[in-house]
Design a protein around this ligand. Sequence first.
Ligand SMILES: CC(C)(COP(=O)(O)OP(=O)(O)OC[C@H]1O[C@@H](n2cnc3c(N)ncnc32)[C@H](O)[C@@H]1OP(=O)(O)O)[C@@H](O)C(=O)NCCC(=O)NCCS
Length: 181
Amino acid sequence: MKFIPAVHVLDAGLLTIELPGDGDALDTLRLRRSVLEEQRWFITEPSEFVDSLELQKSLLADLDRSANSLALVGRLDGVIVGVVYLQGGRLKRMRHTAKLEILVHADHRGAGIGKHLLAEALIWAKANPQLEKVGLAVFAHNARAIALYEGFGFSREGHRPREYKLDDGTYWDDLLMFREV
Ligand SMILES: CC(C)(COP(=O)(O)OP(=O)(O)OC[C@H]1O[C@@H](n2cnc3c(N)ncnc32)[C@H](O)[C@@H]1OP(=O)(O)O)[C@@H](O)C(=O)NCCC(=O)NCCS
């Protein structure tokens, strides 16, 4: 399904939200690596991350080909600072669902970029004839992301205590959230 690019004027600059272009694989990869290096928001540790440009290109191409999936990039004054992915279910019984993932570069958080990316992804999901449910998993300590999701009507559907174990022996809980679209 098509996506019409959206432009928002923010205090931080001009935010354009659009489908990734052919040359955007490297920048989206760099963005993911920089967020993984913070080691607080995603499961994968930086040493476990396979930053292969070919893999990222094929991931973006897969999302582009799949009718119930979407990738959007957010460019602030032309530079990619955020992405949102909706990975639609592949199996027949899961094609009405998509898993959401969103990330904004640490230098640009709190400026409204995440909110606009999520809003555009949800508008697209609502208009998609296949999709009925968007779900996600978020660490229970990720207050900013949880506030963002709740602000967009996501409800909690599950809590997985001690789901992740850190090198120092402490644990992180995982929250599962969803909303109907
Ligand atoms: C979660 C994330 C995508 C939000 O993007 P963002 O651009 O920082 O968010 P926004 O500036 O649009 O703020 C959206 C909402 O988040 C909440 N928020 C913003 N800053 C916050 C803070 N410091 N603490 C708690 N909530 C906060 C508010 O509800 C805000 O809405 P409001 O402006 O109407 O009050 C971004 O912080 C991020 O990439 N974090 C690291 C990666 C990550 O956690 N991804 C999600 C994994 S599940």
